[in-house]
Design a protein around this ligand. Structure first.
Ligand code: NDP
Length: 249
């Protein structure tokens, strides 16, 4: 289905990003997977998965990295800004350094990744931009103002671009997972445990119960939605936020 297409997935060496990269590669795409840790990317690399070290908080790293990927595998036709940090902090404990780190990774990173990918995508006759936002892009998450603002920002970016490119063969959508079973969850369990003085089981229960069907999402459930947005018949789905959380947000 995606034979001959070049996809780029930021944060593609782990978790949700890796599941997306594998799903697109299974459909025949050549997938550039990016992240900061070379060893993690090399471990994830394989048939049609090509590692590229790129820090999404650094504009030059993103523009240089994407130029390198285009040189190696042709125009980017599927762009998945997925790299992100998910850390909660009360506003009175949110210093500028923390705010900037979250915005730089989640929002600046998505902006640069999409802008640099569009340069080559616009020269082709088909393109998909699918941003990995979050339940926090749809509603406010308690104790996570910076994260929530960054994930809302991604949706604003996607909605605006879908208007800018109306009538062109490129669609822009956001996928919004609820709590998904990746490393982020393990890190959050520890944080909630320490902050609230509760057990790991209780901390996990809080997250699981945020998902409407009261279980964690599997990364493959998110990647299935991304693959569907790249599949036949998806060309009129544009400017949408697809919620993957077992029910309404
Ligand atoms: P992971 O921690 O496994 O993935 C985060 C990825 O982003 C890593 O591969 C990491 O690689 C990469 N990354 C982080 N910072 C940078 C950076 N500065 N430059 C380049 N890459 C970076 O967690 P998930 O797979 O769960 O998260 C993926 C996305 O899904 C995130 O945007 C997250 O907000 C979103 N999400 C996750 C949910 C969940 O419950 N797990 C729910 C909703 C949304 P490296 O460290 O090597 O750079």
């Amino acid at each position: 289905m995606l034979d001959g297409k070049h996809a780029i997935v930021t944060g593609g060496g782990t978790g949700i990003g890796l599941a997306i990269a594998r799903a697109l590669a299974d459909q025949g795409a050549a997938v550039t997977i990016t992240g900061r840790r070379r060893e993690v990317l090399e471990e994830a690399a394989g048939d049609r998965l090509h590692p590229l070290v790129m820090d999404v908080t650094d504009e030059a790293s993103v523009s240089g990295g994407i130029a390198q990927a285009v040189e190696a595998r042709g125009p980017v036709q599927i762009c998945v800004p997925n790299a992100g940090v998910a850390e909660g902090r009360a506003l009175h404990k949110t210093d500028t350094e923390f705010w900037r780190r979250v915005m730089a990774t989640n929002l600046d990173g998505a902006f640069w990744t999409i802008r640099e990918s569009l340069g080559s995508m616009r020269q082709t006759d088909w393109g998909r931009v699918i941003a990995i936002s979050s339940v926090a892009g749809i509603r406010g998450l308690k104790g996570a103002a910076a994260y929530t603002a960054s994930k809302h920002g991604m949706i604003g970016l996607i909605r605006s671009l879908s208007e800018d490119y109306l009538g062109q063969p490129i669609t822009f959508n956001a996928v919004c997972p609820g709590y998904t079973d990746t490393e982020i969850i393990s890190r959050n369990v520890e944080t909630i445990r320490d902050r609230a003085g509760i057990s790991e089981e209780e901390a996990m229960k809080i997250m699981v119960h945020t998902n409407r069907h009261k279980r964690l999402i599997e990364p493959e459930e998110v990647s299935a939605a991304v693959a569907w947005l790249c599949g036949p018949g998806s060309q009129s789905i544009n400017g949408q936020t697809i919620e993957i959380m077992g029910g309404q947000s």
